[in-house]
Every structure is written in C-alpha cells, then in structure tokens.
Write a protein that binds this ligand. Structure first.
Ligand code: CMC
Length: 433
C-alpha cells in the first residue's frame, strides 16, 4: 500500500508549561488525526483512550464510514449501490484489489475461488472431535484456526504470490467450513461444494441439500443471501478487524489471524448481536409488551439493552440496516411468510426511534436488528447467524490483513497502559503472610 495521508497542520500540546508540536494528518475523507507517534519520546507521556474512541490505529484505503451522515463506502462505492447492483464475489475482488474487475479479471478471480472451495479431507476429523451440540461459532473458530496446520507458508508475510494464495483459499473455503458447522450440528452428511453455482448459491446448497433429494437453489433466497454477504463484508477498524490486524502484525499465520477475528466477532456486542436481537424480539413476542422492554432499556439499574440498537460509529442511521430492512420485506413477501416477530420489530423501531432517550444518544436499529428475521426466513437457526456474519466478514478481514502487510509503516501492534496496581514491594514468605 502506498501511504497517502499528508500533514495539513500542527497541533500544539502544552505539558507542565512546555509546548510540543504534533503533526495533524489528513486522509482523503473523514476527520483528521493528531499524529502522536513521537509523543512518548518527546514528552514522556502516553495518550489514554480505552475502547479506542478517539484513536486511529492505521491508515487504510478499503472502507470509509461517516457515522454522522450514515454513509458506508467500500473503496469509494456506496454500500447500497453495491448491495443492489453487484455480487459478493465482485465486491470481494473490489475490497482486495481496490478496483471493480473487468469481465476477464472477474472470470479469472471467480475461477480461482471456485478451484479452492474443497476442504482437505482431514479437516473432517476436527469436526468429529466436537460435541454435536457445540455452538457453530466454536466449531468455526476451531476449524478456521486448524487450516493453519494444512497451509503454513512463512512467505505469506513477504511474497505477493503466497499472500494471494492465502487470500483466495480462505475466501473459497470459509463457506464450505461454515456449511459444515451447520451440517454437523443438525446431524446431516457433509455436502461437497458444487462449482457451477454462485458463491451464495453454493453455500445454500451445502447447507440445505440432502443426499436423498434433489436440491434447487431458490433465486430469491440466493439473491438475499448474496446481499447479506455484501452488507457484512467489511466495516473498517471494528473490534474483530482490529483483532485480525493485531494478530497479523506479529507475522502470524493468516488462518490463525482469521480465527482470532472469528473469536472476537462472536460476542453479543459485536457479531453475536443478530442472534441476541432475534431472541429479544421473540421474547417480547407481542406489540403490547414493547413499552415494558423500552422502559427496561432506559433503566440504568437494569443491564438490559435493546439488541440490534446503537452503534459506536453510526449516530444517525446504519445504511446497512436500511438495505436489510428492505430485504426483509422482500424475502418475507416473496416467500409468502408472515412472521409476528417482524410486526414487533417494526413497532419497536417506530417507538424507540421517536423516544427522547434513544434520539438523544443516536441509537437507531443497526444491521443486526433485521438480519435475524431474514436469516430465519432463509431457514437458518439463530446460532448460525454469527457464523454467516463471520463468513461474509472473512473477505474484509483478509483484505485488511493484506493491506496491513503491504503498509511500509506497519509495526507490531503494542498498546501501552496506565498502571494503577500495587507499587514496588518485597516478597513475603508464605509463613509470614
Ligand atoms: N439499548 C439501550 N441503551 C443503549 C444501547 C442499547 N442498545 N446502546 C447504547 N445505549 C446507551 C448506553 O447505556 C449509554 O447511555 P448513557 O450515555 O446514559 O450512559 C449510551 O447509549 C452510549 O452507549 P455506549 O455503551 O457508551 O456506546 P458504545 O459505542 O460503547 O457501544 C454498542 C456501542 C453497539 C456496543 C451498544 O450500542 C450496544 O451494546 N448495542 C446493543 C448490541 C448491538 O446491537 N451490537 C451490534 C453492533 S452492529 C454490528 C457490528 O458491527 O458488530
């Protein structure tokens, strides 16, 4: 990656009466940043920012978010245009390479991905080691990490070719692994990939086909699945992507880095929110119970939060939620499904988004609020939702991992701390304590 941020000014910081100049750096869009890389050397002080609310960890040219405007761009293209007009593999090419592919570039890319979809036969033994009722995210974390045992190449940090093979392999194999997690959980035989199907179509077949019957991919479901993949594919420096970058900054195996990102995504504050949101909507059950849950969400003595609401960056609207809301109505409408949970969701959105508590804090439905409803309409059980998120996000993770390794300013990630524990003291032998 060619570094493009430039200095546009200077910020002066005064500590104990002494002034220090720090460069102000600006990218092509978004807020500028104060470059504090020399701060400790110059002043002997650290910055303190738990949760990284004001800290840029890197320069990046992949994804841009404007939380105030509700804008999400992949390589400059609006997420809504990509979700409506593109396909997941085309968007994957864009994220990795920076430009939309020509027809022949796309055909080569699609062919490469298609030729890597099968898993090594020994991967199956990792699945056999799991209990049948293991959470599919546990299986995904373990088996993605296990791929590092099959494909280890020290040159992935230094050689473009080795890195490209790793990128193509993980994008190709993640749907096969995710589908295997589902099949193992429900006790059905593994369905091998079928390479004449689309990325989404192949995944749906690996999940829902059984040997006893023919399976035809439903184009409505296929398109909705593909849109969900696009919407979840990247989201700049969120918790799981930062985890992948941090793991990768030490030069670790790429599959191990993706396993680290998968683990981070699992939590209910991040990718686990879609599962939590649907469970919450089911628990509310009927529209008349909504006020009770709104009151709980506002009560500071109650740990309950409206799941699928709020976002660290989006404070006006989550543009992914807009597409997801539309897709939910399309899928349910076209498949002729009536779901009482959708009614609760729409009413909850209406009430919550007009309440002062939520408006004041910029709390609006995020992508996960509606995705659970559409994913269950597609036939997935709730514990698979985060797996689907991880499948899609793997393309973003590996693009960010690649960008990090190509960045000449990249160093091992190593935050500092403000220590507030015991000060220096002498060891006391056990019989004197
Ligand atoms: N319900 C009720 N109150 C909330 C909620 C919510 N979902 N989210 C935030 N708040 C309140 C919070 O109590 C705080 O109030 P106050 O200022 O009075 O103390 C204020 O809003 C700011 O919250 P915060 O926790 O400081 O915000 P954050 O940026 O650290 O957290 C979040 C962001 C997404 C973790 C949080 O909004 C949340 O827990 N939402 C529910 C879980 C969820 O839907 N997560 C999916 C995120 S989108 C998918 C992804 O990209 O991973």
């Amino acid at each position: 990656m060619e570094n493009k941020i430039t200095q546009t000014g200077t910020a002066t910081m005064t500590i104990d009466g002494k002034s220090y100049d720090l460069p102000i750096m600006k990218g092509s869009m978004g807020a500028p940043g104060i470059d504090v890389r020399t701060l400790y050397k110059q002043t002997g002080h650290f910055t303190f920012d738990p949760g990284f609310t004001s800290t840029c960890s890197t320069e990046s040219q992949i994804t841009f978010i404007d939380g105030g405007e509700g804008q999400l761009l992949y390589r400059g293209y609006d997420i809504e245009q990509l979700a409506e007009q593109s396909t997941s593999l085309e968007v994957a090419y864009l994220l990795i390479n920076g430009e939309l592919p020509t027809k022949s570039e796309f055909e080569t890319f699609e062919n490469t991905i298609t030729n890597h979809t099968m898993l090594h036969d020994k991967v199956e033994s990792f699945f056999q080691g799991y209990r049948r009722d293991s959470h599919p995210m546990s299986m995904l974390c373990g088996t993605v990490g296990a791929l590092s045992g099959f494909y280890h190449d020290d040159q992935h940090t230094t050689e473009d070719e080795a890195r490209n093979v790793a990128i193509h392999r993980i994008i190709a194999k993640i749907p096969t692994l995710a589908a295997r997690c589902y099949k193992y959980r429900v006790g059905q035989p593994h369905v091998y990939p079928q390479n004449d199907l689309s990325y989404a179509g192949n995944f749906l077949r690996m999940c829902f086909a059984v040997p006893a019957e023919p399976y035809e991919v439903n184009p409505i479901i296929e398109r909705a699945m593909d849109k969900i993949f696009i919407l979840h594919m990247d989201h700049e420096q969120n918790a799981s992507t930062s985890t992948v970058r941090l793991a990768g900054s030490s030069g670790a195996n790429p599959y191990a880095c993706i396993a680290a990102g998968t683990a981070c995504l699992w939590g209910p504050s991040h990718g686990g929110a879609n599962e939590a949101a649907l469970n919450m909507l089911k628990e509310i059950g009927t529209v008349d119970r909504i006020p009770e849950y709104i009151a709980r969400a506002k009560d500071k003595n109650d740990p309950f939060r409206l799941m699928g609401f709020g976002h660290r960056v989006y404070k006006a609207t989550d543009p992914r939620a807009k597409v997801m809301r539309r897709t939910t109505h399309e899928v349910l409408g076209e498949l002729g499904i009536t779901n009482p949970v959708l009614e609760v969701a729409m009413e909850l959105e209406k009430i919550a988004t007009s309440e002062e508590y939520f408006v004041k804090r910029g709390l609006y439905p995020n992508v996960d609020f509606y995705s659970g409803i559409v994913l269950s309409a597609l036939g997935f059980p709730t514990d698979m939702f985060t797996v689907l998120f991880a499948l899609a996000r793997t393309t973003g993770w590996i693009s960010q991992w690649n960008e990090m390794l190509e960045d000449p300013t990249q160093r091992i990630g190593r935050p500092r701390q403000l220590y507030s524990g015991a000060t220096t003291r002498d060891f006391v032998p056990m019989d004197k304590r």
